[in-house]
Design a protein around this ligand. Sequence first.
Ligand code: SAM
Ligand code: SF4
Length: 319
Amino acid sequence: MLVDSYGRGIEYLRISITDRCNFNCIYCQSKKPWKWLSSEEILSFEEIEEIARVSSELGVKRIRLTGGEPLLRKNVEVLIKKLSQIAGIEDLSLTTNGYFLEEKALILKAAGLKRINISLDTLKREKFKKLTGKDELNKILRGIEKALEVGFNPIKINVVVIKGFNDEEIIDLAKLSLDKPLEVRFIEFMPIGKNPLWNESKVFYIAEVKRILESFKKLEPVISVGGGPAKSYRWEGALGKIGLISPLSEHICKNCNRMRITADGRLRPCLFSDFEIDLKSALRERKTSLKKIFELALKKKPEKGLKNFTLKPMRAIGG
Ligand code: SAM
Ligand code: SF4
């Protein structure tokens, strides 16, 4: 078991398998345009598999593939199959913008993917286009239906709430949880990658999200499994759930159970700190063992992240 200097057990690894994306979400942009990594700069499937194997030997039980858009990686199902066969990995999940799900949901399920999170911040076509740069809301909605149809359950829907942009849709988005096994999770807009849009006045705090949700129907707390940052609730009588994630307004760091691997192959102990260790070079040069790198990262994991602008955008860190 990996335990950091503050006694937190680390059993969850989020791996950004590409920084590339077919969307350009306004909250995911960085101050300077992000220059795509070359294929040599990102980790190969074999390298990701080796990292997963070593980390599982060290006590990692859950892996999430993210990006960029992870479904842009060619033959991602081959990687999923390999990772799903690693003995210690009990939970293998993926975060996606949903664009490729209509075609790929079944293949992903068959390859051994256990769970899926889909980002969807608005149900309005024009707003969706403004937010992502693509007029593809209906395709995403069809992707969600497909994922339900092939049996992903639960499916989490990630909503970043931006004041004055989509806050008036909180109830409509949460209504997706009424008659489907969807967990709609509201997330505070974070100052990642020197995002040009971010300033404090754009943050819609989770306490206010909760108040709005309760004005529609009573929220019942639900015990959440997996120790993540979301507090889970259910509207009375709903099939699905509602999750509230408050990285800015609440101290979520004390229960942090994760580390990240960035798209350029660096082990990042904390989302909110730019400290990273070059795992990729260690892997390629074979001078330092991966185990040593993990141990060093664990020692360096800060007690609390600085709620400050980080240098890399979310797509490179792996949100
Ligand atoms: N492309 C995939 C997607 O959009 O789901 C996976 C990568 S994306 C970087 C992962 C998650 O990060 C998404 O749910 C997205 O909403 C979230 N995210 C990106 N920028 C964010 C920000 N500034 N604050 C909060 N969440 C953010
Ligand atoms: Fe792409 Fe996801 Fe970032 Fe949107 S949030 S630009 S879909 S990586």
